[in-house]
Write a protein that binds this ligand. Sequence first.
Ligand code: AMP
Ligand code: MN
Length: 329
Amino acid sequence: MRMMKKTIEKILDLIESTQRILITSHRDPDGDSIGSQLALDGFLRSLAKTTRIVNQGCLPLRYVFLDPQKRIENFNSVPKEKNFNFKPGVVFVLECPSLDRLGEVKKIVPAESRLINIDHHPDNEMFGTLNYVDPKAPAVGEMIYSLLKEYGFAISPMMANQIYAAILTDTGRFGYSNASARCLSNCAELIRLGADPKILTEKIYFNHSLAFLRLLGTILQRLEVKNGGKTCSVTIDRNLLSEFGVNNKEIEGIVDYSLFLGGVEIGLLFTETEKGKTKVSLRSHNAFDVSKLAKIFGGGGHKNAAGCTLNYDLAKAKKVIFDQILKFS
Ligand code: AMP
Ligand code: MN
């Protein structure tokens, strides 16, 4: 704990001595990475720093409201005139266990810049000049909150919402084992600072399009149960989204349905991202460590939420993963 406090102090010192700062996170950002980056950005800009947030991949629709000033840029669609002549003295890498997980953004991280690595993945590669890594933290959002508290920063209601959203989503709405007493008391403080649990829940979880719900119906119809009811998977093939007219920015969270069936221990989502390429999202209830499974296939993550991408079509990807699960159990 004392070590972490020292690291936070060093981070604050480094911020003080730097003007231009790049903030980034793992490709295809999720609720924790989005909320954390935006809250950190608000803090740095209030210190009159020049900042940019660049991620590879689009913002899922459910999180767009957290970024009213459109601060987060998608590396894949940054206009030519807004190129990367931005030379940061410091790069914050949030919620990202390795530099490879930055995807293309890795190319715009100058070799000479100092890296501040803030993460809660247990397999973090400690690649930073400073590494603030706490696998016990339920979300990076909570770590950003600790940083701002240490500084004595007056957190705005918007920032409280961004941090709360990070924690809300990474704890599965306070339903996973990482939803500790400390996490909930931090969230109580965030509510006092202006976070609005009702609006956040409504915007993040109860804001789907009709097309999405129809798609979900079909996906659930096709749900596959294996391994005596212990494994359940859902699948999104390439044509399904266009068939239903659903934007791929809306499908984040579908994997959660793989754990809805009573008795299931491992839940999976297979998404055909392009021909011959399948992304696998893995979830589990406490006992089974899905990060071990993901690692075998070059992926990673946490004990109860992990992912990997296979260069196989859907059928082959499923076979390979299910065979591996059988070997584990
Ligand atoms: P997802 O299934 O995409 O929601 O990801 C769940 C968790 O697994 C997150 O903590 C991700 O950072 C991690 N993860 C997902 N895909 C990969 C990958 N290809 N390599 C490493 N970690 C991943
Ligand atoms: Mn996280």
